[in-house]
Design a protein around this ligand. Sequence first.
Ligand SMILES: [Zn+2]
Length: 190
Amino acid sequence: MPQAECDVCGGEGCPACEVSLTLSAEGPGTVYSRDLISSDPKIQPADPNIPIVELKKGQKLVLEAIAHMGYGRDSVKWQAGVACGYKNVPVITIENCDACGHCAAECPKGIIRFEESGAKVSSEDVLKCSLCKLCEQVCDIHAINVGFDENAFVFTMESDGSYTAKDLALNAADVIKGKAEELLSILDQF
Ligand SMILES: [Zn+2]
């Protein structure tokens, strides 16, 4: 649970909302994240191979690190999603094409192919369309139309590696669900 919501300490920090990781190393050699010893076996560094410091002969390092949960809105260190965005699912319709080729030459994504019957976009490639409408603008006979489905989205996200992208999306959905339930319970009081 995030520390700010801890029932035991009220956000000050206690064993219920914190995990201690200790490290004791002696040079020469590089100290890695895997050298941290956690007080809770379930809580481990996301990657064991992160170099922390290089120790020379005779140098020692002893430290205690405290891990606790928080929200990405408070600090980027709790933000597991590093890139995220969405667009509506593009819908491209082509009718009465005279196969002049202008649209294919103009498309910055290169997704318009040519067949004898005219321009074509595969159902897979249409997802790459950025809805720029350059193809529409260069078509003299208005044969190509770029629109989008209002009820369908292409969602793109990247995790920092501490969660899989799937877990990140599922956890985010859980948070949204929790907020909606909280709102409902507040509205129920009126
Ligand atoms: Zn606590």
